[in-house]
Design a protein around this ligand. Structure first.
Ligand SMILES: [Zn+2]
Length: 124
């Protein structure tokens, strides 16, 4: 972490009960929601092809054991066309924890600088 030239990440937690809301948001043109759903669906596809484990523990997913939530990390970049989102699955045990815990065990542990999205505080 030497050169910090404003590169930041934003982290979203997509839980299964909220999936409908995310879809509605995406359909109404919300870029973040679109990106999150895209990343989550990519993760689901990957599960069929390779063993992926929970972002917060070592539990493996399989087509019969799907994640109960997703942690999506999106770098904040100016060029919207070049934004790449990365999704991590959350297993049925870890999903019981709160968002903060998930972020600390997942993306944070892997060294990404998280920026928690806050309501009424779009950009910082
Ligand atoms: Zn887990």
């Amino acid at each position: 972490m030497e050169a910090d030239n404003g590169e930041e990440c934003r982290i979203y937690i997509l839980r299964r009960p909220d999936q409908k809301d995310w879809r509605v948001k995406a359909q109404s043109g919300d870029e973040a929601a679109k990106l999150c759903l895209w990343a989550a669906s990519n993760f689901m596809k990957d599960i069929a092809n390779e063993p992926l484990h929970c972002g917060s523990c070592e539990k493996l997913f399989s087509p019969g054991k799907m994640p109960q939530a997703f942690i999506v990390v999106t770098p904040i970049e100016r060029d919207a066309a070049d934004v790449r989102a990365h999704a991590m699955g959350v297993c049925s045990e870890c999903v019981k924890r709160d968002d903060r815990w998930l972020i600390e065990q997942g993306p944070k542990r892997k060294g990404l600088p998280p920026t928690l999205p806050r309501k009424n505080d779009a950009t910082h």
